[in-house]
Design a protein around this ligand. Structure first.
Ligand code: HEC
Length: 206
């Protein structure tokens, strides 16, 4: 049973990695054509791909070694550490969800609006592989970037119908996440996104 799950996860990983590599054209929402914004977009893509890849690798290894209860540790402890490791030189990267398991994953207003738009686009069958925009903040202009995360089969072990969870998993999740909203998903659903913010110099303000 475990072997089967890991096999599916590895296949899913390959499926997730391919679109990361295929995004070379600038998305329509990028409003600044300045070279700084192009460099920032490349950095955002690299950070999102790196975090996604590392997380899936750790998750599949942990599922193989200890099953879903111990793999929840990866999400709880390793995910924030990996996000911090991929956040450097002013760039920040982390995961968000409109229905977070960990309240720390709740989106800010820009992320919430974009996630809602992505969900609507997914329902219409035309969700883009990424979203980016130059946004002005108190600290100056930043490039904001979202890489949508969709539910693939192995995610259902921990984000699917709670009635399918083992009592041990239910107990482990309840202990750590009393306000868990990250359940009840079905395959193909939009689970959330990897969110990246890259500061731009004042010269690149839109
Ligand atoms: C072994 C159980 C498990 C599996 C399998 C799993 N997750 Fe999670 N996921 C968690 C836990 C636990 C958290 C909360 C992490 C934390 O405390 O920061 C989480 C958090 C997240 C978050 C951050 C936002 C939030 O809700 O807190 C996203 C996004 C996410 N998972 C997506 C996925 C996707 C996509 C998959 C499938 C590729 C997946 N997860 C597979 C257990 C799992």
């Amino acid at each position: 049973m475990r072997v089967g799950i890991v096999g599916v996860l590895v296949v899913a990983l390959a499926g997730v990695a391919a679109p990361f590599a295929a995004q070379n054209e600038a998305p329509a929402t990028l409003t600044a054509a300045a070279p700084e914004a192009t460099v920032a977009l490349d950095r955002a893509r690299e950070a999102a791909a790196g975090l996604g890849r590392d997380l899936l690798a750790r998750l599949s290894a942990e599922l193989a070694a200890g099953g879903p209860v111990s793999a929840t540790r990866v999400c709880a402890e390793v995910a924030p550490a990996l996000a911090a490791a991929h956040s450097r030189d002013g760039l920040t990267v982390y995961r968000v969800s409109a229905r977070p398991r960990n309240p720390a994953g709740r989106p800010d207003p820009w992320e919430a609006a974009e996630l809602e738009r992505l969900a609507a686009q997914l329902r219409a069958g035309e969700m883009p592989a990424e979203v980016s925009a130059v946004v002005t903040t108190e600290d100056g202009p930043v490039l904001r970037y979202l890489k949508p995360l969709r539910i693939v089969t192995p995610c259902l072990r921990c984000h699917g119908d709670p009635a399918t969870f083992s009592p041990e998993l239910t107990a482990a999740l309840a202990e750590r996440y009393p306000a868990d909203e990250g359940v009840g998903y079905r395959e193909g659903d939009l689970r959330g996104a990897i969110s990246v913010t890259v500061p731009l110099t004042a010269a690149t303000a839109p």
